[in-house]
Design a protein around this ligand. Structure first.
Ligand SMILES: N[C@@H](CCC(=O)N[C@@H](CS)C(=O)NCC(=O)O)C(=O)O
Length: 246
């Protein structure tokens, strides 16, 4: 088989899939989709994914000259990869209750953290050209952090004692929010902050997630000079210095 991942490294859901591919030790071809140039709206891409979102995965069977099966939505892709190619079910447990917890966290990322949180902020900054983010929007992000702090109570990972695709999904967005709109304060959110540091120790984390999160942070910073001066000087200095793992 041949796996082709369409996307851009600045996109959190694309990075969730990169983390999953790396965790499973799968080889894949990365095809850049330049969103600013509107490449996701090209007829060919929309034919394969009418929702024109990245990530999209194309799974081409061995020896096939034809196009493969296309899957989009990072959560569906990550689950598919573990089911089809995982040597075991550790990253997406088969046991009903454990799987329900992982699924709940995936939906939480999709509906709350990403769509109601991160994507709204991106729209404000990159589409509506806001130069400062209203406080209410930031406090909505913090409500998400508070919930994660509870999910992590007594657990090393967001869905329990083991690393799962829910961690990959949630870390892709949280590490991005941490470096952009709402730094995770370790004194206020000790468990969330320790979890970020824990996931960051994965050998493929820097390449699969942190580089893209940093690249996006630089773009956000350039769009929000006032907010940057007030709030994020330290966080961005850390990014530039190569620190800011979490
Ligand atoms: N829930 C989706 C979200 C995908 C998404 O919205 N991706 C953004 C980039 S971060 C995108 O493709 N936006 C372009 C569009 O919606 O046309 C997932 O997890 O894959």
């Amino acid at each position: 088989m041949k796996l082709i991942l369409y996307g851009t490294e600045t996109s959190p859901p694309v990075r969730a899939v990169c983390l999953t591919l790396r965790a499973l030790g799968l080889e894949y071809e990365f095809r850049q989709v330049n969103m600013q140039a509107g490449e996701h709206l090209d007829a060919e891409f929309v034919r394969k994914n009418p929702q024109h979102t990245v990530p999209m995965l194309e799974d081409v069977p061995d020896g096939s000259a034809e196009e493969g099966q296309c899957i989009w939505d990072s959560h569906a892709i990550c689950a598919y990869l573990v089911r089809k190619y995982g040597k075991n079910d550790a990253l997406y447990p088969k046991e009903y209750f454990q799987r329900a917890i992982v699924d709940q966290r995936l939906h939480f990322e999709s509906g709350v953290l990403f769509h109601s949180g991160f994507k709204q902020l991106q729209r404000l900054v990159f589409k509506e050209n806001a130069t400062e983010i209203p406080k209410e929007k930031i406090s909505e992000i913090h409500q998400g952090y508070e919930l994660l702090e509870q999910f992590l109570s007594g657990n090393d990972y967001v869905a329990g004692a083991q690393l799962t695709i829910a961690d990959f999904s949630i870390v892709s967005t949280i590490s991005t929010l941490h470096l952009t709109y709402a730094p995770v304060d370790g004194t206020k959110y000790p468990k969330l902050s320790a979890w970020l540091a824990r996931v960051a120790t994965l050998s493929y984390y820097e390449e699969a997630n942190l580089q893209g999160a940093r690249a996006l942070a630089e773009k956000v910073r350039a769009k929000l000079p006032k907010q940057f001066d007030k709030l994020w000087h330290k966080a961005f200095a850390e990014i530039k210095g190569g620190a800011g793992k979490a």
